[in-house]
Design a protein. Sequence first.
Length: 438
Amino acid sequence: MHLKLMTGWRRWPLAAGILALLFIGYGISLVSRSRVVQARIAQEVRLLDALSKLGDELHRLGVVHRVDVSSAQRQWPIDLQRFRDQAESITEGFNGLPGVDRLPNELMPPLVQADSLHVQAVLRGDHIADPRSVEAVFQIMLGRAQKAIDRNARAVHEEGLSAHSSTLSRQWQEAQLLLIAACLLAVAMAWLVGARGQLLSESRLRAEQLDVARQNLERANRDLRETMLSKEEKEVMIKEIHHRVKNNLQIVKSLIRFQMDQVKDPRTTELFNECVNRVSAMALVHEQTYLTKDLANIPVDGYLNSLVRDLVYAYSVNIKLNMDIDISVKTLTVDTLVPLGLLVNEVISNSFKYAFPGRNSGTITFHLHGSEAEGLRMRVGDDGVGLKSRDGFHRHNSLGMDLIHTLAGQLDCDIQLLDGPGTQYELVSQKLAKRKVA
């Protein structure tokens, strides 16, 4: 959207430029037409001035006529010819202007008659029967000539100057509209320039923000790559730590076994052996941790198989073992698997020691369901002879039973001894118990 807006704003200067060119072209045309009209007006004003001088010259002819008649002078032909030359000059110089083409036809006949009357008056003198009538007709002819000049001047006013004044008035109105439109265009251009400047400023700001965001993104990517490398290094280091912990626990087992060789008492040897099994259960967790690819999720199946195998080897179990295994949990974290492994170690160790005396076969049960996030449900035990008394489960009168309850608490589980053949414990996460109650 911002890109479309930028594209639209880029077109505004072009449109404004075209509009400005149209205004300039129209203004030039208006000025040119006004100059033409003004030139015609000036020419018509000169025509009026020439007609006025021609009228003065006609009046002078009348004076010359009277002088020539009274004093027998011969000035009339000269002034009459000058008048005719002046009239021809107006006709030729102002050809095409209003009334000029009619001026010779209207002016010359009265002058011819006036000239004839002037000649009669000068040549006959007192022999004219009625000199007043001749003078009166002469003055009538001069009046007609003056009317012809006046009609021509009136035609210039009516057909020329008046029309040109109307044209100039319309052109002045057009000029006013053009001026108003130009002012509006100037205001619009100023607003567009300001808006465009603001848009460019915002665009620069956006560009700077994008550049900052790009730099931050590059920095974040670089930090992420460094973090990823650091994570790999940490995983390698953690695996190495688990490996060393496992090796250290193996050393502890070796030390305990070395100490066992120095003990002759069977009960003491049994206690040492239980201690070795517990250390083995913890060492096995660390071994599975550094062997797996995902440190946060250790496979449960592999761990339990290795744990049971080690217990069978430790207690030299010579009976046929049936394994009732039902595990729906794929992986667990170290924090959960360590107490879980120690608890299973205690229960199955007790099963190997006490559950199957005088029998050729037995069944070890281990069921595990749920998930670490939602809660676990576990059942572990055997189908052996069972406990002699349930009081031992509640009073914790042995280290093994005390460990079982402690480890169940670490797993956040409620533990109970199930009824039936053998010794079987059921552990239910408190998360599941609360959800079931709800």
